[in-house]
Design a protein around this ligand. Sequence first.
Ligand code: RAM
Length: 837
Amino acid sequence: MTLATTLTAESPVAVPRPRLSWVTETEAPGWTQARAELELDGDRRVTLEGRESVLVAWPFADLLPHSRHTLRVRVTGSDGVPGPWSAPLDVTTTFLADGEWAARFVELAVARRDAQPFRVRREFPVAEDLVRATLFGTALGVYQARLNGAAVDDHLLKPGWTPYRERLVHESTDVTALVRPGAANALAADVAGGWFTERWFLPEPRYGAQPSVALQLRLEYADGRVEHVVTDGDWRATDDGPVVRSSLYDGETYDARAETPGWDLPGFDDSRWQRVRFAAGAPVPVARTAPPVRVSETVAPVERLTSPGGAQLVDLGQNLVGRVRLRVTGPRGTVVTLRHAEVLEHGELGVRPLRAAEATDTYVLAGDADGEVWAPDTTFHGFRYVEVSGLPADAWEVEAEVVHSELRRTGWFTSSHALLDQLHENVVRSMRGNFLSVPTDCPQRDERLGWTGDIQVFSPTAAFLFDTRSFLASWLEDLTIEQDASGAVPFVVPNVLVEASRPAAAWGDAATVVPTVLHERYGDAGVLATQYDSMRAWTEHVLGLAGETLLWDEGFQFGDWLDPAAPPDDPFRAMTDPGLVATAYLVRSCDLTARAAAVLGRDDEARRFAETADRARAAFGTAYVTRDGDLTSASQTAYALALRFDLVRDAALRERLGRRLAALVEKNGYRIGTGFVGTPIVADALTDTGHLETAARLLLETGNPSWLYPVTMGATTIWERWDSMLEDGTINPGEMTSFNHYALGAVADWLHRTVAGLAPAEPGYRTILVAPRPIAGLDHAEAALDTPYGRARVAWRRTGDDVVVEADVPPNARAVVRLPGAPQETVGSGRHAWTLG
Ligand code: RAM
């Protein structure tokens, strides 16, 4: 038997007490951990008895700023056999000591226009005995720092988007290799506006008109001396750099003639540059906990096209988020323009859905005879097609670079159904495109906001596909910041809408749902502790709005947003009563707050919220269930909510509602009838009430509207509307029509949990629920997931009249197995197989 253990810490180590996790691999069946020994720096050891291996509390003394450590773990199984020590894990803390941040935020003293990109620089000596150099940097805007001519890392759009005035994050980058000891050095940065100066829907910039940057270089010497080089009044800046104009919505203009080689090296003459001035209003930055933004993939074009109007177009074959890399040869001063769009309409770029976002990059050639290569660093676009103008087709080549927050892929789904697999692929692609620093609704038009409702419905799917724990936990910190004193959660986080926070059901409920998902999927009880006050404040706020009736049936609601019955120009005219939706979510948030309180040992509050939830259930029944046992809204979403949110508990009534839901779906020709609220749960509601076959037909329907209709139309991402592209190839006339919106892709969670049958039965998949439901139309389906315990997999395949089910359960986890027609059983780790007759 072999045993191998891999240790990880929360990364980056931005706190003094990082949590630790480890995964053990062994072929020993039914293996569980009896004890774990952790060793710090080869001398301190602790032994932890028991099974814990996921997000284990830091067992040593608090880590100090700027400290480096080595950790390893050794586990012993319940058989008493100890394994070998894990490979050592090197840990470097990334946070600063209290009061250590000394850099000032510097900006142009004189700027020619709003959101003016600029660069800064400064020279300084470094002594011979340097041992380590670390750069702490941030911006109100986006920046890249350069040390002696080289970029300090390959991250993009640093430091990302947070509610800048309240929470700003800094990078911590080991730059020792770039420093020249015993010589003059130069620290420099390119700065642009990014999210900070974007206009959103506002008349004035939400945060500020000009970007600024702050850099703090820490130099450690052999004798223990520490020096700092920080942005201060002595730095020099210029707006004469090659980045002439920059905006997330509109794109970047880069004039290669303005390049000044050596500007980021020592010895460059910056005497004509301006002196910087200080920018006000930045908080002391904190170490970044979310993953950085990077290029994850390069996509080659599949085809070049000439549009009916004569435009040169490139088709990248997939709707992606990122930027174009241009290779070009031509005369100095030639202007090459790149316009981006997600779709073609009548053969031309379909830019109308981008609304006011110009999504146009411009490159002015320096005229280098060997050719020039360029990609914009300060913007991103959502696109499949690029129009290139300014030079003949043989003078340029393009490829696309996919840009998003670097999330580890953890979950996969495949089946025997090509269209279904494409749907799933589209969900993955839409998720990547909309996890760029903030979980957004869409990546392309003049919007790209952290709409709370979208991530609320999509978070279970997201948490399966990628490791979203630190990304979403960081975003939840911002949600709490943006929540107002009354507990109301804004529509978008970070909040850039003019109006004060207004509560809306299913949107504000992100406050309770997202932390619950992080707990359920990653075993992260810490996030419940951090978010509990926010969860409770939201729930109390909604209860206050509902008042004694416990019905939330007044005031603004998005309701079941974008259901297929709502006309293109009026998404509010959905089929489902918004009061029914809101009251259903009131119960849901009470339930989830009660659940969190129970996990945290706040028993009184757990009881109080559970009781309130039950009273609200009763109120829901009185208000929205008719005497005949129907619902007041005859919509798929209404029935799905009543069933899936457990609003109705009477078994006979549930059965009746299930039958009604199935009948509604059948009457609708198995076309989908749900919007953002009903879509993630309608298949579950059917499955729970014994209508799996109806759910299967709904899933595999290809007529409009359905999940597969866009796939038949060639979609490579999930659309905002069921019919963002109409059957005749014209774009939906609604002014809100995105082709990259993950919300309606939330059905993927049902594919994983039910069609393939891999679900969490205990937080963090400590117990896995293996419960595949083979559906008509598929010959096999399979889901695999890197759980916090290791790789789990559930697969089923039809062979003749039988279905063979296989499950891999990782060591230290177990599985509850529920197969059609068989008694429930519990199994330990290892590979298991069953044949269903
Ligand atoms: C639009 C988008 C977004 C949604 C809001 C309510 O901006 O469809 O996804 O959350 O409306």
